[in-house]
Design a protein around this ligand. Structure first.
Ligand code: GDP
Ligand code: MG
Length: 295
């Protein structure tokens, strides 16, 4: 039985790169990060984690980065951002005290102004700057359309219980969207896909991250190991050569890093097979975008 005091809702985390979005997610999710989206086809690139407790379920949505809509893919991404913002019961805007306010921050804040949901601003990395600058930044944020402004340092033992309480405060009374008992058994494909994608973003520069997409074709969970097979789709042969690297060194590093990350969550030996495929100009082709789950 779920009582009427149960709270459940969608929380979107938005902010420019490198401000601490992943760190925030890791802090809030703690050990429970193994909980991943149940419907990869429909929620791809959106659900980052689901946190369930006795009286509350928080579904964290991710924003795939704020990009100029120059290509079809990026237009899609902007649509996603708007969608995940519109769906949200709460928006957490996060920025860093060390580098604020940038044009990027202003742009995001402008975009958020159009959204009705309650909004919290987290000013992260206060450890990197002096108290006076922090005060100025807090004043800037308080002048914007935020319900609450929270300065903190996520890498210096933040008060996680306090942050969660604050989030819960803004969530509506609602039964849980996902059955907490089923969540831990969900397929990890989507998670694996996101890990590989993240490693591509970390390990390659320029056009490679934006020209690639990852599709996990097979995910087999054996008692002592997990075997995952994934396709990396690129636009051009020249990108394939870059992705593989000299004597296959780069792709090997990518594979090993992804295996390590997936191991951290599953605690099982991971055997990852990566296949490189080419579809010319896939970013500009609506059909291909659909095939890869971007619509
Ligand atoms: P994301 O790109 O927004 O997901 O940012 P990450 O969570 O990956 O964080 C970017 C970097 O900032 C990482 O190296 C973090 O360890 C670091 N970082 C996060 N929070 C803090 C903080 O409060 N203080 C300091 N000094 N570094 C932080
Ligand atoms: Mg991140």
């Amino acid at each position: 039985m779920i009582d009427s005091k149960f709270k459940s809702g969608f929380v979107t985390i938005a902010g420019k790169p490198n401000v601490g979005k992943s760190t925030l997610m890791n802090c809030l999710m703690g050990e429970k990060l193994s909980i991943i989206t149940p419907k990869p086809q429909t929620t791809r690139h959106q659900i980052k984690g689901i946190l369930s407790s006795d009286d509350c379920q928080i579904i964290f949505l991710d924003t795939p980065g704020f990009l100029e809509p120059r290509y079809e893919l990026q237009k899609k991404m902007l649509e996603y951002i708007m969608l995940s913002l519109k769906d949200a019961d709460l928006i957490i805007f996060i920025t860093d005290a060390d580098n604020f306010p940038t044009d990027y921050d202003q742009k995001i804040i402008q975009l958020l102004n159009k959204i009705k949901a309650p909004k919290i601003a987290i000013l992260n990395k206060v450890d990197l700057t002096d108290p006076d600058s922090c005060k100025d930044h807090i004043a800037v944020l308080e002048n914007k359309d935020f319900d609450q402004v929270l300065p903190l340092s996520l890498t210096n033992e933040p008060d996680v219980a306090h942050i969660l309480k604050m989030i819960k405060n803004y969530l509506p009374y609602n039964p849980p969207y996902y059955d907490p008992n089923e969540l831990s058994d969900l397929p990890m494909r989507f998670f694996a896909q996101e890990v590989i994608r993240e490693q591509i973003f970390l390990k390659y520069r320029d056009e490679i991250p934006y020209s690639s997409t990852v599709v996990v074709e097979n995910y087999k969970d054996f008692p002592n190991k997990i075997v995952i097979s994934a396709n990396i789709w690129l636009e051009k042969r020249s990108q394939k050569i870059i992705l593989i690297g000299k004597k296959g060194e780069k792709i090997k590093a990518l594979r090993q890093a992804a295996e390590k990350e997936i191991y951290k969550i599953t605690a099982k030996r991971i055997k990852l097979e990566l296949w490189i495929k080419i579809k010319q100009h896939w970013r500009k082709k609506k059909n291909a975008l659909k095939e890869f789950g971007y619509s």
